[in-house]
Write a protein that binds this ligand. Structure first.
Ligand code: FES
Ligand code: FES
Length: 205
């Protein structure tokens, strides 16, 4: 009986050692790949593949394939993490950004389609010292619960207020109909957009 236990223990030890060896090998491979990429550039860079994008007024060439989703490039290359990955299928609106003033789902927009456009993300709306009226209104109304949908809500609302500075509640509801909030803070979100419209009105006069 004790012999069986010893044998089982030894076998388990062998398995643990083998798992550690596999993990070590995987880590070394990943490290080698990273070093190689640092020395020679990413596969896209090596293939001379680059797309010029203008985001928040800054133009930059990014080493990415033409069909790379705009959302990935914004988050990985521009390091702008305001736009979120929700569904990846143009269904939730968490990834919404403005392209030439129009709200688009960046998760399904290839960068080749926006290479000649002005792209605006939530980071381009205001600054920590001078928030955009929408950002201020969302804070004032405490519209965010988990906050995951808020980027998309604000960017869709920005498109609405740019074309309709004094929207009715119905207009706001229609403009945000494609943006989902799983926390259910829609009432506060709608109040925030109406509040921002009022604040912008006061600013203009
Ligand atoms: S992540 Fe783009 S619409 Fe959901
Ligand atoms: S605040 Fe959580 S999803 Fe909208």
């Amino acid at each position: 009986m004790r012999g069986d236990a010893r044998e089982l223990g030894a076998r388990q030890g062998v398995v643990v050692v083998k798992v550690h060896e596999s993990l070590d090998a995987a880590l070394v491979t990943a490290q080698n790949e990273r070093t190689e990429e640092k020395n020679t550039g990413s596969p896209c860079e090596r293939a001379g593949m680059a797309t010029n994008l203008t985001v928040n007024g800054v133009s930059r060439s990014v080493p990415a394939e033409p069909d790379a989703p705009l959302l990935y490039v914004l988050r990985n290359d521009f390091e702008l993490n305001g736009a979120k990955f929700g569904c990846g299928l143009a269904q939730c609106g968490a990834c919404t950004v403005l392209v030439d003033g129009k709200a688009v789902r960046s998760c399904v927009t290839p960068i080749s389609a926006v290479a000649r456009s002005e792209i605006t993300t939530i980071e381009g709306l205001g600054s920590p010292s001078k928030l955009h009226p929408l950002q201020q209104a969302f804070i004032d109304e405490q519209a965010a619960q988990c906050g995951y949908c808020i980027n998309g809500m604000i960017m869709s609302a920005k498109e609405l207020l740019d074309r309709n500075p004094r929207p009715s509640e119905q207009d706001v509801r229609a403009a945000l109909a494609g943006n989902l909030c799983r926390c259910g803070t829609h009432h506060r979100i709608i109040r925030a957009v109406l509040r921002a419209a009022q604040a912008s009105g006061r600013t203009r006069t």
